[in-house]
Design a protein around this ligand. Structure first.
Ligand code: FO1
Length: 322
């Protein structure tokens, strides 16, 4: 890695919980919480409107995790939440299947007010993240409206309808990233990918989290063209998803549910595949796709495990091609 700085610049492409945990690892591994070195580019296809408010679940999951105020058990939302507002909304006849805590609601109130005032989502996100003490740069992949729609056997539903209301139980027959084709990357996204020494595809859901991000015109090409080393971390470990419906979605869409299946998806986009120790036997088949392979413990657990994985990627990816 060559850089004018004395530390590598990292651009991390992230969805929700898996992306947030790895972002936290890099923030701990890089100087000053990643203030100069870390840009996290986040999926907005999961964004939704609830009770008149704009909710950006993946941005908030990354933001809360980086600020160390997130609910570690669930992976999303805030620590020490209360639900008085949601209870009252239910009393007033609102549908409350999407759980919004009292403190979390403040984030959505501020976001919605600022968006209505005409600020772009990237500026609102920068404000919220700074207010919570996040040092790394947090960017929505686009300031434009992109919404993931999921085709299920009972029809097309909005993402959170599929994910939360129906508990991601449906087979996923297809995905539409509504608005993506005419969306523009948010300011700084392409620059961060181009200027990075290391581009990392987080262990997020390849179809639900990473595809909608790459579907914004210019982003996939930027990852393809960057001079950076590029690594993807497999969200599938031992044939199972670390969290969420990645295994079912891969299967539904006809892909092999393994780190090899994930590597097949990312071949041509990244140089290196990072897989878990339990999948070490897949390293040689993955190399046949022309990818280098880093084998390590990828299930991050707490902050120490996240930092260890981030350090491993900073060290190991530089070496993998050597
Ligand atoms: N996930 C759930 O499983 N149930 C919820 O009620 C829920 C509410 C919620 C509220 C705010 C927020 O930022 C995230 C929330 N999530 C919830 C998580 C979120 O829907 C998913 O984790 C992501 O969209 C998938 O990456």
């Amino acid at each position: 890695m060559s850089t004018s700085l004395d530390f590598p610049r990292v651009a991390l492409l992230a969805g929700g919980v898996g992306g947030a945990r790895l972002a936290h690892g890099f923030a701990r591994a890089l100087p000053d919480g990643g203030a100069e070195a870390l840009t996290v580019v986040v999926n907005v296809g999961d964004d939704t409107e609830r009770h008149g408010l704009t909710v950006s679940p993946d941005l908030d999951t990354v933001m809360y995790t980086l600020a160390e105020v997130g609910d570690e058990q669930r992976g999303w939302g805030l620590q020490g939440e209360t639900y008085a507002t949601l209870d009252q909304l239910a009393r007033l006849g609102e549908d409350t299947w999407f759980t919004l805590g009292d403190k979390d609601l403040a984030t959505h109130v501020v976001r919605t007010a600022r968006l209505r005032d005409g600020q772009p989502l990237s500026a609102v996100t920068a404000h919220l993240a700074a207010a919570l003490g996040v040092r790394a740069r947090l960017l929505p992949v686009t300031d434009d409206r992109v919404r993931t729609l999921v085709d299920t056997p009972s029809g097309r539903v909005a993402f959170q309808e599929y994910f939360v209301r129906r508990r991601h139980a449906d087979a996923v027959l297809g995905l539409t990233f509504d608005g993506a084709a005419s969306a523009r990357p948010a300011p700084g996204v392409l620059e961060a990918v181009h200027a990075a020494d290391l581009v990392v595809v987080a262990p997020s859901n390849p179809f639900l989290s990473i595809e909608p991000l790459l579907a914004v015109p210019g982003v996939r090409d930027a990852v393809r063209a960057t001079p950076a080393r590029r690594v993807a971390v497999s969200p599938i470990v031992g044939g199972q998803a670390i969290k969420g419906p990645a295994a079912q979605v891969l299967e539904s869409l006809g892909h092999e549910v393994s780190a090899l299946g994930v590597a097949r998806l990312y071949a041509g986009l990244v140089d290196v595949m990072c897989i878990d120790d339990v999948d070490a036997h897949l390293a040689d088949p993955i190399r046949e796709f022309g990818l280098d392979v880093v084998v390590t413990a990828t299930v991050m657990g707490g902050p120490g495990g996240r930092e260890r994985l981030a350090r491993e990627l900073l060290r190991g990816v530089g070496r993998a091609g050597a």
